[in-house]
Design a protein around this ligand. Structure first.
Ligand code: G6P
Length: 608
């Protein structure tokens, strides 16, 4: 969603805001803007399109002010044009607001404010906040923001600037991330950590309903009742390098290559000296684990596909029925959750609004909620009973790659732990699986060491308009993820299907122009997958198979083969998805697409 940054200190604010917005651009990129307070005025510069347009406009006439707020937008209310770009101002142009989230009652507030004489210039919900503040302001900006929050329904993170207070930013949040970067003689406000890391590693995470008054030398936080809050500081260990491209052409390619490390970090320390899987984060007694009679997994997008992989793992190893439900459906379907239900919420960002709503719903019904996330201190970590972190490092590319495979690694640990505690696998079986799992990061390195086959294949199919992805068993979610990656970043239509179901519809789409990507790694259903390949080839399709090294037969049935090392079937998901990530990446590159910032998408979706 949208990115927010604010700066107050001794330096030229516009430089710091633009650099901060650059590190947040993955959150939204249909327009951007900054507001700088100077000499009793607030000056706003906004541009449609990428941040480069705003940077060029600012460079033409750089403002000297040392305090400002900035925003990069992912449109929700109102088209992506300059009027709708943030910051938004009040009638007098003395208050500027940037906002991430949605104000649900904005129409009602807008009518009220228009009736009181306010003139609106945009279609956005955000502009309502600026006019509301104008109507409530009586000389104390923090008090005006606190009063405004009492009128706003929805989810928001906001930062506010007022010409009368040229040394202060007031920031507040409800259901949308917002942090304060605490520096030496300067302070920052941001929706995400990379925006402040150049200046400080000391972070305060604002909680829901809190209002922060940020000056160059102080940060004062009050709760929704106005009572002072002592926020806990976090020290960020990872550095900006981890969030920069490090020699790769794009973040996505860098993050694909970071997967071996992300997997090793996520699996590290999970087996004790006694050979047992350790998962203290679950925070459940063995008795409670044994009493689980149902698992729900709730997630969106790529994280949902990790959940589908986990269903097979948990059902096969721990013998517990698992239902995987997209978060936007989960909360509205009166889910059958009670105190014997384990709910696993998978969200790399920890901020996805629908997944958070599902977590709340599950806990209200007495379910035990465990979150799998990549972001320390994110919202989901504070709303769940336990957290398993994926240690993938910051992921900037909008299309998730390393967080996906790291989620699957964390889910292997969870599934094995459940099986161990419930006695459905013995120590020897777990040890055997674990030994193979330890080899997976090295196998990913092998796949990444030779990209020639996937590049060749991408060059052949880059201009197709549609494609089909097939798999069976654990290969189905892999096919789904491969199709999602391709459509997200290359804009080629891609549809994933269980290979056996393909004859019941998608086969009608097959022509020689529609390539079929098949997950055909070694499995109990391998022969059946080969039959499905023959069915599509008989109708003229060209086939790209992802197959196990040394499977020479598959080459007879496929135009292209992307090989992966051999592992037991249930461990194959991580390996099989890597060539599909790469295929999507190179096809998108060869088509000239912006792989890190695909159109209309956002890295974390903080609105429902
Ligand atoms: C957005 C992103 C996807 C991501 C999904 C879920 O759609 O573009 O890459 O998979 O949100 O995000 P989460 O942070 O909950 O895993």
């Amino acid at each position: 969603m949208c990115g927010i940054v604010g700066y107050v200190g001794p330096k030229r604010a516009s430089d710091i805001l633009l650099a901060g917005l650059a590190s947040l651009e993955y959150r939204g990129y249909d327009s951007a803007g900054i507001a700088i307070a100077e000499e009793g005025r607030v000056d706003v510069t906004r541009r449609v399109g990428k941040l480069a347009n705003l940077s060029a406009a600012v460079a033409a006439d750089p403002p000297a002010g040392v305090i400002g707020i900035g925003h990069t937008r992912w449109a929700t209310h109102g088209r992506p044009n300059e009027e709708n770009a943030h910051p938004h101002t009040d009638c007098a142009g003395r208050i500027a607001v940037v906002h991430n989230g949605i104000i649900e009652n904005y129409l009602e507030l807008r009518e009220e404010l228009v009736a009181a004489g306010h003139t609106f210039r945009s279609e956005t919900d955000t502009e309502t906040i600026a006019h509301l503040l104008e109507s409530l302001y009586e000389g104390d900006l923090t008090a005006a923001v606190a009063a405004a929050l009492r009128r706003l329904h929805g989810s928001y993170a906001i930062a506010v600037l007022h010409a009368d207070h040229p040394g202060t930013i007031v920031a507040a949040r409800l259901d949308s991330p917002l942090i304060i970067g605490v520096g030496e003689g300067e302070n920052l406000v941001a929706s995400d950590i990379p925006a402040v890391l150049r200046h400080t590693r000391e972070i305060l995470v604002l909680e829901d309903g809190e209002v922060a008054t940020v000056d160059a030398n102080s940060v004062t936080v009050v709760d929704r009742d106005g009572a002072p809050v002592v926020s806990e500081r976090m020290h960020i260990e990872w550095d900006l390098d981890a969030a920069e491209k490090g020699g790769y052409e794009d973040f996505m390619l860098k993050e694909i290559h970071e997967q071996p490390r992300a997997l090793r970090e996520t699996l590290r320390g999970r087996v004790g000296d006694d050979g047992l899987i350790q998962l203290s984060e679950l925070d459940m007694t063995d008795e409670q684990v044994r009493s689980i009679d149902r698992v729900f997994i709730t997630a969106c997008g790529t994280s949902f596909h990790a959940g589908l992989v986990a269903k097979t793992l948990i059902e096969t190893w721990a013998r517990i029925p698992v239902e995987v439900v997209v978060s936007s459906e989960f909360r509205y379907r009166d889910p059958l959750v009670d105190d014997r239900t384990l709910v696993v919420a998978i969200t790399q960002s920890g901020e996805t609004a629908d997944t958070l709503a599902g977590v709340r719903e599950a806990r209200q019904r007495g379910g035990k909620v465990i979150a799998i996330t990549n972001v320390v201190g994110s919202r989901v970590t504070r709303e769940s009973d336990g957290v398993i972190y994926t240690h993938a490092g910051p992921e900037i590319g909008v299309a998730a790659t390393k967080t996906f495979t790291a989620q699957i690694a964390a889910l292997y640990v969870l599934a094995l732990y459940l099986a161990q505690t419930r006695g459905t696998l013995d120590r020897e079986q777990i040890g055997g699986i674990w030994a193979h799992l330890q080899d997976v990061p090295g196998h990913v390195e092998t796949i990444l060491s030779d990209l020639s086959a996937v590049q060749e294949c991408a060059a052949v199919y880059k201009d197709r308009y549609s494609s089909l992805f097939l798999g069976r068993g654990i290969g189905v979610p892999v096919a789904m993820e491969g199709a999602l990656k391709l459509k997200e970043i290359s804009y080629i239509h891609a549809e994933a299907y269980a290979a056996g179901e393909m004859k019941h519809g998608p086969i009608a789409l097959i022509t020689s122009e529609v390539p079929v990507v098949v997950v055909a790694t070694a499995s109990d259903t391998y022969e059946k997958v080969v039959s499905n390949i023959q069915e599509v080839r008989a109708r003229g399709a060209e086939v790209i198979s992802v197959a196990t090294q040394d499977d020479h037969d598959i080459a007879k049935h496929s135009e292209h083969v992307l090989y992966v090392p051999e592992v037991p079937e249930l461990l194959s998901a991580i390996l099989a998805v890597v060539p599909l990530q790469l295929l999507a990446y190179y096809i998108a590159k060869y088509r000239g697409c912006n792989v890190d910032q695909p159109r209309n998408l956002a890295k974390s979706v903080t609105v429902e």
